[in-house]
Each structure stands twice: as structure tokens, then as C-alpha cells.
Design a protein around this ligand. Structure first.
Ligand SMILES: *[C@@H]1O[C@H](CO)[C@@H](O)[C@H](O)[C@H]1NC(C)=O
Ligand SMILES: *[C@@H]1O[C@H](CO)[C@@H](O)[C@H](O)[C@H]1NC(C)=O
Length: 293
């Protein structure tokens, strides 16, 4: 049995579609409202869950490590049910339930329907995970017999994340660590990248480092051009799920190009739909060759 632990924030997003962006201190009627669960690693987990449902279900266990509202709160119930909607299993016992906190981490997104611009206001008063809390989760896993594991971090709070990665290294020397590097200008992210086995850079981060497109292999460039032209919410998270899935379960029989091709095809499938529902089944139907073995 292999284990994937994904560490990051879970948000409840409220998306208001408007026909044009409101002026300050003005009033506007939205054309649509959507509420959905967001948060980078939880989106990736949702996709992974579906992929594993199609293949390797008994071989892999997925765990989320995130701070969540207290048990019994309505927000927690919405979060839980958002995960159970589309097949596959996910362990939420490794989450930290914050007593006295009723509100989830929240994003209010104003989406300009004509331009697809997104203006985001966040609210999050859940106390962040401490290094000690992470150490507790890690030692429970070890105490449980451990096993092969992969630890995927959202690079949110670099100093804490760095300590957590070091703990993983120390207690599970064969574990694999990956990290998402998203926000340009956030200090300490390079140190995280240096500690990880695999790093996912956002486009804005890559561009901010002055890394020119010419330095990427042309294969990746072409693929990236194909997916980003129709970038949609969750496409990047889906791409990451595709890489984690194939690197973890096909690392021995697929080369880097095979891994990236699968992730790109998965993400391309994602941009054709809203949300993540049915993605695993779709991709299996469309690309059976990735699943037959
Ligand atoms: C939203 O779309 C309208 C129509 O294209 C445009 O005039 C306006 O500038 C856009 N607002 C923002 C904030 O992108
Ligand atoms: C992570 O989430 C944010 C907010 O929804 C989004 O803008 C960003 O593209 C996501 N990252 C990836 C890799 O998809």
C-alpha cells in the first residue's frame, strides 16, 4: 500500500459572475452564483481520487492534511460532502479540526463574464498548522507501520513547510517530497524547492524569475501553449494530479515525457468542463492506453 499525503489549505469559494466589474461603493446584480470547494491540493486530491478509482484503488491511500472548521459545523459538512461527491476515497482523519471555528477559509471571487477576469477576496481565521502538529501526524503514520509515501506540499507558509519537509526527510528517508511554488515574491520559496524531489512552478512564478520560454524544452513549451490558452479554474491543479498519479503509479514504466503527456491530456480534458466531476471516467474512456496494465 502506498500513501499520498497532500498538505495545504481548503477553501470554500463563492463565485459571483457579473457583466462588468463593479465600481467601488456601487451596487450590482450578479448573473450567477456558484459555491464550491477550492484549495490547490484538495482539488488535486479530488482528481487523484477519481483516477485511482479507475485503477489502483486498493494500492493507494490518499490523505489530506489541512486545517478545517470544528467537527459538527455546517461548513465542515459542506467540505466533507464536496469530497464524497465523485467516487474514490480520501482520508480526512489527518486533518486538524479547529474548535470554536465555524467559518471555513473562504474566497469571494468576482468573475467578469465578458473578460473572464477574476478578482479574489480571501478570509481565513483558522489557526495554521504548526510544525508540532505535523510532527504528530507524521509519527502516527510511522507508528502505523509507515510504508511507501509521497508528501505533496502547497508552498504557502515557507518557514513552516520547510521544517515539515525536513521532518519527513529525517523520519522517512525514502519518502518522496513535492512542492507547489505559486506566488512570485513570497520569500523562502526557493529554499523549499531546493529541499524537494519534484517542484511545480506556476507560470507567474516562472516568468517572475526571468526564466525565458526558450529555456524550456520545446516539447513542454508546445504542450503548455496548448493548455494555457484555455486556462480554467483548476486546470493547474488537475495537471499536478496527473503528474502525481503517473509518477507515483507508473514511475517505473513511464518516462518523463509519458508522465507529462498524460498530465497535459488530463488538464486539457478538464478545461472542457466546469468542476471536476466525472473526470477520471472521462479520461479513462478517452485515453484507455494509459490505464491498461
Ligand atoms: C469587465 O468586462 C467589461 C466588458 O468587456 C470591461 O469593460 C471591463 O473593463 C471588465 N472589467 C474588468 C475589471 O476586467
Ligand atoms: C491554486 O489556486 C489558485 C486560486 O484558485 C489558482 O489561481 C491557481 O491557479 C491554483 N494553482 C494551480 C497550480 O492550479
Amino acid at each position: 500500500m502506498k500513501h499520498l499525503f497532500a498538505i495545504g489549505a481548503v477553501y470554500l469559494d463563492t463565485i459571483l459572475s457579473v457583466s462588468s466589474f463593479p465600481a467601488e461603493d456601487s451596487k450590482l446584480r450578479a448573473t450567477q452564483i456558484q459555491v464550491r470547494r477550492g484549495g490547490n491540493v484538495s482539488n488535486s486530491l479530488e482528481v487523484l481520487k477519481q483516477l485511482l478509482e479507475q485503477w489502483a484503488r486498493e494500492k493507494v491511500k490518499l490523505h489530506l492534511i489541512s486545517t478545517l472548521p470544528e467537527k459538527g459545523s455546517p461548513a465542515l459538512e459542506s467540505i466533507r460532502s464536496s469530497f464524497s461527491a465523485s467516487g474514490g476515497e480520501l482520508d480526512l482523519e489527518t486533518c486538524l479540526y479547529r474548535e470554536g471555528c465555524q467559518q471555513p477559509a473562504s474566497s469571494y471571487i468576482i468573475r467578469n463574464a465578458s473578460t473572464s477576469s477574476r478578482t479574489i477576496v480571501n478570509y481565513n481565521d483558522l489557526p495554521e498548522m504548526s510544525v508540532e502538529e505535523f510532527a504528530g501526524i507524521l509519527s502516527n503514520f510511522k507508528g502505523d507501520g509507515g510504508g511507501e509515501s509521497w508528501w505533496h506540499f502547497e508552498g504557502r507558509i515557507p518557514d513552516v513547510t520547510l521544517e515539515c519537509i525536513k521532518l519527513v526527510r529525517k523520519s522517512l528517508p525514502t519518502a518522496i517530497v513535492s512542492v507547489e511554488i505559486e506566488k512570485p515574491g513570497r520569500e523562502g520559496l526557493q529554499a523549499l524547492a531546493a529541499e524537494a524531489d519534484m517542484v511545480f512552478y506556476s507560470r507567474s512564478y516562472a516568468e517572475s524569475t526571468g526564466e525565458s520560454r526558450e529555456t524550456f524544452p520545446s516539447f513542454l513549451q508546445r504542450q503548455a501553449a496548448g493548455t494555457t490558452c484555455k486556462a480554467s479554474i483548476g486546470a493547474g491543479d488537475t495537471f499536478i494530479a496527473g503528474v502525481l498519479y503517473s509518477a507515483m503509479w507508473h514511475g517505473a514504466d513511464w518516462d518523463a515525457k509519458g508522465i507529462v503527456s498524460f498530465a497535459v491530456e488530463l488538464a486539457s480534458r478538464k478545461v472542457q468542463q466546469e468542476g471536476f466531476g466525472g473526470l477520471g471516467a472521462e479520461v479513462k474512456k478517452e485515453f484507455p492506453r494509459y490505464f491498461d496494465q
